[in-house]
Design a protein around this ligand. Sequence first.
Ligand code: KG4
Ligand code: ZN
Length: 335
Amino acid sequence: MIILGIESSCDDTSAAVLEDGRILSVVTHTQNEHVEFGGIIPEIASRAHLKYISEIIKKALKDSNKTLQDIDAVGVTHGPGLVGPLLVGVNTAKGISYSLGVPIIPVNHIEAHILANYIEHDNELKTPFVVLVVSGGHTELIYVKEIGHYELIGKTRDDAAGECIDKVSKMMGLGFPGGRIIDELAAKGDNDFHRFPRAMSDTLDFSFSGLKTSVKVFLEKHDQEFLKKNINNIAASFLDAVTDSLSKKLLKAAKVYKCDTILLAGGVSANTMLRKKLDRAVKPKKMKLFYPSPKYCTDNAAMVAITAYKKTQMSSINSLNVMDMEAVPFLRLSE
Ligand code: KG4
Ligand code: ZN
């Protein structure tokens, strides 16, 4: 079975081709139209998706040596996300599905981040597991009894971790999005330079707004020369606080839910410090840790294609009516 995956929920326009569970190609275009604003502007994102989506799909097909006529089904992110960007992907997918007479498979963006782990670990990865979904808009701990059954067991009470990282990056004058930039600076810095706060250590919920304020106060207290000289150390100390909260709560959730398999998912799971901390923590224990390659952590259509594929394996897709497909900006994960 050959599936075309489409992702357009935020600022990445992406298409992928999958054959029998194996990714043949993935093409992702990250919009740089938002850099000057320091955040995503939904209307600009919708227009940019419209501009790029056909070319991205064509390139994904070309890279996989397939044509549109080879496609057996189309998988598309229909939520959660920004309504305009979602509409572009959903309606493109509807057009392809209708014109080819092939099924359309609606994909939840968060489920796709989780199942991205199957792209490279299909043989070893077994349910049940606890996954930390950590991205620009989400910071959630989810207990996955089996694919399709998701229990939300912890979440952020204010900012998502990625949102906090992006805002701190902006405060430090480092640009948008800040994740990769801060990651690289932190690798050259000292985690113990300054101790920023870790919030809510006794629950499975997260809070990052206090940390953000604490960095702001620290930056205001020091002069430019000091900050410039210590930029790597500040990045490292800040990320140390973020990744301490994330890793400790994931391990705690695994203990509470008696799971020896834990996963990372979403853009922030590309973070080097977070991966290292968890690698180190699971090594002496009888635990398995999975995370996708960085290109499958941030938004991409390969994760959409693999999720659509898993769905086709679990149930019949022939009953889906293309006309019933809608973009659902506040879509929740099924429980
Ligand atoms: O999953 P994603 O691509 O989009 C959303 O669904 O939100 O996640 C984007 C987030 C941004 O906040 C970005 O700064 C962060 O992931 N990010 C990282 C890294 N790469 C991306 N954060 C920390 N370290 C990274 N290497
Ligand atoms: Zn995402």
